[in-house]
Design a protein around this ligand. Sequence first.
Ligand code: SF4
Length: 407
Amino acid sequence: MSVTSAQKTIYIPYMADHCYILAAAIAANGQPAEVLPLPNEETLAIGLSFCRGRECSPCLSVSGDVVHLTRRPGFDPEEAVIFLPTTTGSCRFGQYTVLMRQILDQMGLQQTKIIGPSANNSYQDLGDDPVRMRRLLWEGMVAVDVLQKLLHRYRPYEQRAGETDQIYKANLERVVAATRAGGGKELVRAMRVVATQFADLPNGQGQRRPQIGVVGEIYLRHNTVSNLNIIRRIEALGGEADLATMMEWIYYTNWDHASNTWVLGQPVEWLKTVVTDRYQRILERRLVGPVAHLLDHPYETPVSRLMSHVSPYFSPVLANECLLSMGKMVETSRLGVCGVINVMPFSCMPGIITAGMAPRLRADLGNLPWLDIAFDAQGGTNITTRLEAFLHQASEFQRRGAVAATS
Ligand code: SF4
C-alpha cells in the first residue's frame, strides 16, 4: 500500500536531467509528479535567506527551489509532496531533509510531506510496485547517462551550432516517454533511434581535443546552473568533457552495501545485493549496446576496479564520494584524459579530501593536469582565467603524450 495518496503530486527539485526519468517512473506507477524548474538567481536568493551559511551549496539550491514552489499561486500544501532523497552517510547530505522539514514547519506547512528513497523504505512511498519502480529508474538513468556521454562526445565537433543540443533534447524526451510507457523494450527501441541520430554527426576523428575528466560532488557536477555550465566552458576553451555518470553512484552504493553485509556476516543480504548489481549490469549492457560503437568507453567501469586504484592512497573502508573521484581520476588517466577537474561545493568534505589527495595521485600519473573548483551558491567564482590556464596545460599534456607515442 502506497503511503502517498494517488491525488497528491510529487515535486522533484531539479538536480539533473535524470530527474525527468524519476518523474516519468513515478507517473508510470500511477502518481502525478513534476520536476521543478532549474535554480535561478531568485531561487538561490530564497535558499540563502533560509540557510545560515554552514550548509553546502546544493542544500541552498534545493531549499530555494522548494520554498519557491510553495509561493506559487494556487499551491496546495495538503496535496504536495516534496521528493528529497536522504542517506545515513558520512557528510551533511543526511541532514537536508531535516533542514527542509524545519523550513516547511517554520512556514506553517506541516501538512506538506517530504519523501525520498532510502534503504529502509524501498521506494514504497513512490507507488505500490517498488521492484518495477527500481527497474524503470535504473533503465532511464542509464539511458540519460548515455545520452549525456554522446552529447559531450559530439558537441565539441558540431558544425552547425546548437545541432547536438537539439538532438540531445529530442532524445531526452524520447527516453522519458519510453520510461513512462514502461521502459524495457520501449527503451531499447529508443536507444536504437538515438544511435542513428548521433551516428551522422562529426566526431573529430583524427583531431581530437584534449579530453577532460569531470569528477566531484554528484549534484554540482550535473547541475548546469550550480556549476556555472562547466562543461560548456571546457568546450568553449577547446576541450572535450568526460563527465562522471550518475549510475556510477548506484553501482558504488551496491558495492558499499555488499562489502558491509559481507563483513557483518549477512550472507542473504549480501547475495541480494550482488544479484541486483549483476542484473543492473545486464540492463546497462542491453541499453548501451545500440550506441556502444559511438563511444570510446561505453560501459561503466566496475567499482571494484575503481577501489583497487584508490587503495594505495586511501582506504575504501572510509567510504564516501571522494573514493569515486579518486578512482575515476586514475581510471580515466589510463584511458587517455589529459586533465581532471574536481568540482566541489564550497566546504564539501569529500571534495576537500579529494583535493588533498590529488598531489599524490598526480605525481604517479605523470603530473596529470588537475584543477579543483569550489562553487558557492553566489555565482561568479571567476573561474575563467583558471580554466584557460588549465586547458592550456591539458593541451600540452596531450601534445607531449602524442610526441612520446611517436618517438
Ligand atoms: S557531498 Fe559535499 S556537498 Fe554533498 S552533502 Fe556531502 S558535504 Fe555537502
